[in-house]
Design a protein around this ligand. Structure first.
Ligand code: ZN
Length: 103
């Protein structure tokens, strides 16, 4: 059984950040507040090949979750902005598989 936290999970959009090099799924971005008028750019490091993901654009408030086999070490906002958006850099490491979910 996989019990997730119970906060408004209905109809939220997911964006998956994948590595630009090995194309593994790295971070699951959950758009929890799509009406929030902020545009952000996200990029993640890849723990498998030491490369980085593509930059994805996210509109609204969001929650981050690691994809299978990935752990999120930190998420830093940079002072730098990217094409007029707030820029987040997510540092990842190799993590556990999702079989036992933990918070
Ligand atoms: Zn990679």
């Amino acid at each position: 059984m996989n019990e997730k936290e119970d906060f408004e999970v209905t109809n939220h959009k997911h964006e998956i950040i994948a590595c630009s090099s090995c194309e593994r799924d790295l971070v699951d971005v959950w758009i929890t507040r799509p009406d929030f008028p902020v545009l952000q750019a996200l990029r993640a490091s890849c723990p498998f090949c030491e490369d980085q993901s593509y930059i994805i654009d996210v509109q609204g408030g969001f929650h981050l979750g690691p994809c299978d086999g990935v752990a999120i070490a930190s998420c830093d906002t940079d002072d730098s902005r990217y094409e007029d958006k707030d820029f987040y850099f997510i540092t990842t490491s190799i993590g556990a598989k999702h079989d036992d979910s933990q918070d």
